[in-house]
Design a protein. Structure first.
Lengths: 118, 156
């Protein structure tokens, strides 16, 4: 599966670039939801991340969380406008990183929720 | 932020009488009214706010814990109460388990950061297995309050 994914650009300005030659992909997103990553968007993000097989870690300042843990996401206490770095390793890392970044940037988690369910 | 910064001691319910989700939320909101946080006539508004939020998805986060919450114009800063149930409340939790520990939060409309930090504080405190065991064994407001005041507060 990963072999069929497009190779991410490696230039420094790209939000999605491999950290090295391994299968780790890094992304970055600014939290768009005005309420921050509170319980409802965190629950949707949790469900979204469970669709991917790669290892995911979110970094918010000095805090890190496995987004497959709802409690972990709540411990980030990520406010609107804060930056989250996304680390995805292995398998479908590129697709997961892109989806997580898109979700975090989204200002309307309810609309996103519909899109995910649909 | 410590849980004792926003949980009102006088609103703590050591032993819930209610046995259903709706009734538990009503009992907890009533405890906030008794503690002077809301006027009697605001009770239904607050209850309906919490129930509307539950309708969007359960706030049962697993480990027998739920954090029902809502916003309300009647508060200028976040307030909360804590309640325990020996029997456990069916809550449609993320792990399907009944809920024994509930923390109900009511926050003002314009302070999302405060709400995030309170959620973080509850989750951080409740991740401690020994804390949960001790809390579920507690049977008085004094015992619960002592645990909350001694709870972990290593929020940066």
């Amino acid at each position: 599966m990963s072999a069929t994914l497009p190779k991410p650009p490696a230039d420094e300005t790209s939000p999605l670039r491999p950290a090295d030659d391994s299968a780790t992909v890094w992304g970055e997103a600014i939290v768009g939801n005005p309420g921050g990553l509170h319980m409802r968007p965190a629950s949707v993000l949790n469900a979204l991340c469970r669709r991917y097989s790669c290892q995911l870690t979110l970094h918010a300042g000095e805090r890190t969380a496995d987004p497959r843990s709802l409690m972990g996401l709540l411990l980030l206490a990520a406010e609107a406008g804060s930056t989250i770095r996304i680390e995805a390793r292995g398998g479908d890392a590129q697709a997961a990183c892109t989806a997580v970044a898109a979700f975090l940037t989204c200002e309307d988690p309810d609309h996103w929720h519909d899109a995910v369910d649909g | 932020m410590r849980m004792s910064n926003f949980v009102l001691r006088e609103a703590i319910v050591p032993r819930l009488k209610a046995r259903t989700k709706d009734a538990v939320i009503r009992e907890m909101v009533a405890s906030l009214v008794r503690a002077g946080q809301f006027r009697e006539e605001e009770t239904e508004e607050v209850v309906q706010g919490v129930l509307r939020r539950e309708a969007l998805g359960s706030t049962g986060i697993g480990r027998n814990i739920a954090i029902p919450h809502a916003k309300h114009v009647g508060v200028t800063q976040l307030v909360g109460t804590l309640a325990l149930s020996d029997e456990g409340i069916p809550f449609e939790s993320i792990d399907g388990e009944a809920v024994h520990v509930l923390v109900l939060l009511v926050s003002p409309n314009n302070k999302p950061g405060e709400h995030l930090r309170a959620l973080e504080s509850v989750v951080r405190t409740m991740k401690d297995d020994k804390f949960i065991l001790d809390l579920r064994k507690a049977s008085t407001v004094d015992e619960i309050w002592a645990l909350l005041e001694g709870g972990r507060s290593d929020t940066p």
